[in-house]
Write a protein that binds this ligand. Sequence first.
Ligand code: C2E
Ligand code: CA
Ligand code: CA
Length: 539
Amino acid sequence: MVLDLLPVPAVIVEIRGGKFHFEALNRPFRMAGLGTVAMDSPVVRLLGMRIRNFLESNETHLEIAWQFGDEVDCRYFRVMFARRAANRAQMRCLVTLVDQTSELRTEYSLRREMATDSLTGLPNRTGFSDELENAIGPDDRAGHAVLVINLDRFSRVNACMGGLAGDELLISVARRLKGALRGRDVLARMGGDEFGVLLVLDDGPNDALHVAKRVHAALANPFRLSDFEIRVDCAIGIAMGADNDGDPEDLIRNAQFAVKRAKKSGRTEVYHTRAFDIAREQFGIETELRRAIENGQMTLSFQPICDLASGRITSFEALARWTTEDGVKLSPNDFIPVAEESGLIVPLGRWAMEEAARTLAIWDAQAGGAGDVKVAVNLSAIQLQRDQIPAMVKGALDRHGICGSRLTLELTESAIVTDPDRIAQTMKALKDLGATLAMDDFGTGYSNLAYLQKLPIDLLKIDRSFVTGMLADRDKIAIVRAILSLAQALGMQTTAEGIETNELAQTLAALGCTYGQGYLYARPLEADQAFQLLTERNA
Ligand code: C2E
Ligand code: CA
Ligand code: CA
């Protein structure tokens, strides 16, 4: 039979009396498991309607794609219907099938491979885009968010411990991230040390912030790599679907913008359009902040600073707190930048100085006489430029009968950089009042060592970023050692910020650091609690 000459499955199908019949079928057709009798052949069972429609049409040729079988064992065919002429009286056609299963499987697996990160098995950047494209329709954008997670200092692990260790770390990180997400969230490795997450928001934008917290918590414990413990911090940027009316790709790009900001600010950042930011700052926080300062809605918290050798509390750092009218507690990291941009830092700083002196006077009265505990007040670089600081400080001390030696003022390196001559005068005047001067967040700025030497600085505060995770990080230890020996050479004392474990406190004491501050001793406390702690500890 002529059909047997064809190398592909082929059959002649005829509809007679409304029923399908096979006129002829070839060996490949039989071999392909497509049946021998029209009634039980999948070609008729599953394609019967298509064949009938074709025969009732005016076409002489039709080609369709057809898949057949269950998911696992699915086979893909191109099916061709053909007849000599369109003729309704003659309801018969030739059906040939070309099995494309293996080509398509190769193509699918290639496509999958191209969209998969071979190290972690997660979708890569391309795969992540595909997932986004599939998941987000134009109407359900608001229900999604993209998180971009960027690991800190990962390149150093690679450089110090080798690429294999780096790979191992990435795999462990991916595993922990996966564990921190819900089943429906999609995790991808976007490249290098950057991961992406596509989130479905059940509960609005807050969901995304919760997931960010969970991610941080998941990475909080150090990773074990051969003989080392490695701490991996990360920065997280979020883009909310609701804020985005471009294509889904924009969500990824916006989240990447946000993560860049997060790297600088040290906290999770949500992407906003520039217009949104301006509106918020100028009409939202700014007016509220002005009102809060005027109406006394701000408070100070006090965090103890301890002598590392004796454990005694030597001073408290005064940290501003703002609870808004609707009960939201805002972090200074949120409102200090706004205060600086708007000039409100001047009244805010004056209030903080006044409140610190007032609290110290209350403590002294409660203790029945002046003690020796100090209060440290932060001065912003902008405040130093705009206010008459020495007169302001003297006024506050005088009003509350506090001696200048009870006060520490914390300045940052940026204050020196902006106007070194003016700052030198200010610092000298503050020294004349008897105050202690501390250089805050030391190591993060760009201190000119010559200035450090010239200025009357008593104390360097080693920034928290060098202290956190220091024990597992040779670079950090080296930096801390360098700061300590610099301080020693210049005759300055040192405070390590962010001490959260006993082990850290002991190591820092052994390295010669003078004071320590951090959650190990206490979180920032309300004034009453702080005074109570002071009387207990220093009894
Ligand atoms: P800072 O001067 O470096 O203050 C230390 C910050 O580290 C505080 O955050 C404190 O709560 C936090 N901290 C202390 N110990 C630990 C620890 O063990 N672990 C961790 N993870 N964190 C710890 P806070 O209160 O949010 O203040 C943030 C920044 O806001 C301060 O950083 C300071 O630069 C600024 N700030 C706060 N109050 C004032 C103020 O009255 N005036 C000015 N100009 N700036 C202020
Ligand atoms: Ca400080
Ligand atoms: Ca600090």
